[in-house]
Design a protein around this ligand. Sequence first.
Ligand code: ZN
Length: 145
Amino acid sequence: MSGLDDLYREVILDHSRRPVGRGEVGDAPVTHHELNPTCGDEITLGLRDSTEDGIGSIVWEGHGCSISTASASIMTELVDGASREKAMRLVDEFRDLMRSQGRLEPSDALGDAAAFQGVARYVTRVKCAMLPWVALEACLKQLSP
Ligand code: ZN
C-alpha cells in the first residue's frame, strides 16, 4: 500500500465522518433524488438560490457507505457557489476519473476528489462515488432546461 493510497483513504474517512453540506433539503427549489441499489446508497440533493448562471448553495440528505457520503461532502466543497459551467466541467472530469480504472491522473481542479482515484479500480464502488455527482448533473439540467 503506497503512502498516497493511505492519504486518500484518510481524506475519504474524514469527509465521511464530518460531511460538508449534509442538512435538510426541505423546500429547496431544485432537488433530485438518486439511488444506488447495488450498495443501498441514497441521496437527495437540493440547490438554493441558483440560476442558469450558477449555484447559490447546496444541501443534501441521504445515507450510504463512507464512499458515497465522502463523495457528496467533497463535491459540495467543490461546487458550492460555483458557476454552472464550472460545476458541469467538474462533473465531466470526475466521471472521466471514475471511468479510468485508476489510470487517469486527477486534475488540480478536482481538489480532494482526487482521493477517489483508487476507488476507480473497483467497479462496484464507482457507482457509490458517482451517486452525488449524478444527482448534481440532474439538478444542473433543471437549472437550464
Ligand atoms: Zn456505497
